[in-house]
Design a protein around this ligand. Sequence first.
Ligand code: SUD
Ligand code: ADP
Length: 298
Amino acid sequence: MNSGARTWAAHAKINLALHVTGRRDDGYHRIESLAVFTRFGDRVETELADSDTFSVSGRYASAVPLDDSNLVLRARDALRKEAGLQGTPPVAIRLEKNLPVAAGIGGGSSDAAAVLRGLIRIWNLDIDNAVLARIGLALGADVPMCLAAKPLIARGIGEELSMVPDFSSLGLVLVNPGTAVATADVFKALARRDNEGLPPLPRVLDFHGVRNWLEITRNDLEPAALAMQPAIGRALSQLTRAGAGFARMSGSGATCFGLFETGNVAKRAAAEIRGRQPDWFVAATRSLTSEADPHGQD
Ligand SMILES: C[C@@](CO)(OP(=O)(O)O)[C@H](O)COP(=O)(O)OP(=O)(O)OC[C@H]1O[C@@H](n2ccc(N)nc2=O)[C@H](O)[C@@H]1O
Ligand SMILES: Nc1ncnc2c1ncn2[C@@H]1O[C@H](COP(=O)(O)OP(=O)(O)O)[C@@H](O)[C@H]1O
């Protein structure tokens, strides 16, 4: 067992497109979503210790609970329940919370996924991916995709995953105007739930191919979220004004992404938006390719 401190990346999840195609009897919605994950994200540090501890730092530390309801601790406890107390010794977990909370970019889900992956390694557990995905899904519909953290299409309620090969790294700017949005409220407010699924993906998944495909897709949660939080419209306008090739809201919002042809152009656009909106969350980043190893230690 390795007892030293190790850091795990918890990438932001971006729903490039999200079509709502139906609703199950239990109220959960069927979706079809093309999702990618970004280099920018939270970080989770794990280290074997004399007792279980948990601390949070970072810009959004005060926005997350410190008790057992934090998805980090729920993930730790779910894994321990699966593996048994023996073989899962106490662990100190430190979360660096860089991602805005209740923001449509799966921050909590990605933290949970990083903890599951990290603790499996430091506890030396033998848990296969199907069991891991089941544990993840019990924590949240987004957790299985955050466990994969590669370009993918998610169907079902988000748990049926098809990896998308040969996806280029996209230049992205993430903008959140500072308004938290509760996912359940947005789903509840939908005017329609029986929309058509995603069109086939283009052959070449680079900036141009993805942008053209985005033009013929939607985020079906955007109109409902926009009606609740008009600031989302201002975030989209700022991205367009700064030269984004395409701008859309991610997940249930309020974070919006802008697509840029190169990382440098994205950085310049982010600086411009930050200049105009110094209180907003604005981050220039790149998406992870299909080939990148998302689970490596930082
Ligand atoms: C909308 C999405 C798109 O990726 O992302 P976020 O906006 O959360 O980032 C996800 O479907 C969110 O996943 P996650 O945030 O893990 O959802 P959960 O905790 O399981 O569910 C929160 C609530 O959202 C609703 N919900 C969630 C997923 C889904 N497919 N249908 C739903 O109706 C349910 O009302 C549920 O009670
Ligand atoms: N580690 C965590 N990070 C973020 N939110 C968390 C965490 N643990 C629990 N939560 C709770 O989960 C809810 C959803 O948060 P988050 O995952 O950031 O949403 P979203 O998927 O919309 O980006 C919030 O209400 C928040 O209080």
